[in-house]
Write a protein of this length. Structure first.
Length: 267
């Protein structure tokens, strides 16, 4: 019996001890991991930004390190970079190495303020020709002339993030274009109803800047009939007796004119 009580007492004491530990932990006591001195940094995030995404060998670039305050042992390295130097603060400079054209990884490593490891990467494209020259923006119309009410398809190809055209020949003056997401912008213009016959300029804009002007000819007024019918002519009407007129200098004597030779049988 005494042995059973002893076991029960031990179980009760253990339960009370565990309860006390749980209460202390819930009240904000340090976790067992932190208590033994292990560094824990839950938000040890890092980032690396390059001033250029594409560059040619020999050009200089700058970089910016996004790390927590108090970070140490910061280092930026890449097969595509040479002469890497860290400036005051969290920035630095480097020279693009003479490497074959291609895309290379750029790595940032370091130690957080609590000893946690920091790491981030970025990409740099090396091209001996430098940044590719963007294709020039272009404007095209489905037709270069029209009459009031005619519809004209407008197409602009550009690398800019916006495009539109303007012209006094079109209803509203400005035609907003929609992008297909691959550099082609299209819209429909309607020739204004009150447009006059003549030549108008169609101005194209990309990225808010005008890059081209083309001519558009218009023919104002209504559209002529393709198969015009002849107008009906009035039916001749006989003259009334009061409308008869005797020519001046003419006298009706009832005699045959001089030199008249009667035909045989009519003498």
């Amino acid at each position: 019996m005494r042995k059973a009580l002893t076991i029960a007492s031990i179980a009760l004491a253990s339960s009370m001890a565990l309860g006390s530990a749980a209460t202390a932990f819930a009240a904000g006591a340090p976790s067992p991991v932190a208590a033994i001195g292990t560094a824990v940094h839950k938000d040890a995030s890092a980032g690396l930004k390059l001033s250029e995404s594409t560059a040619k060998p020999g050009s200089s670039i700058t970089f910016e390190m996004e790390v927590p305050d108090g970070s140490t042992n910061l280092s930026v390295s890449s097969k595509a970079l040479a002469d890497v130097k860290t400036t005051e603060g969290r920035g630095g400079t480097a020279v693009v190495a003479d490497v074959p054209d291609g895309t290379y990884g750029v790595s940032l490593t370091g130690t957080g303020p609590d000893g946690a490891k920091l790491q981030a990467t970025a990409q740099l494209t090396v091209r001996k020709g430098g940044k590719p020259t963007p294709a020039p923006s272009t404007l095209s119309l489905s037709t270069d002339h029209g009459r009031p009410g005619d519809k004209v398809t407008v197409t602009v190809k550009t690398g800019a993030n916006s495009a539109f055209v303007t012209s006094d020949a079109f209803t509203g003056g400005r035609i907003t274009l929609k992008s297909d997401g691959h550099g082609t912008w299209t819209g429909t213009a309607v020739v204004a109803k009150d447009v006059k016959t003549g030549s108008y300029g169609v101005e194209a804009y990309a990225g808010g800047k005008k890059f081209d002007t083309v001519k558009f000819a218009t023919e104002g007024g209504s559209t002529p009939d393709v198969n015009p019918q002849p107008k009906p002519q009035p039916t001749p009407q006989p003259l009334k007796p009061s409308e008869h007129r005797t020519p001046k200098g003419s006298v009706n004597t009832g005699e045959a004119p001089a030199g008249y030779v009667p035909e045989a049988g009519n003498a």
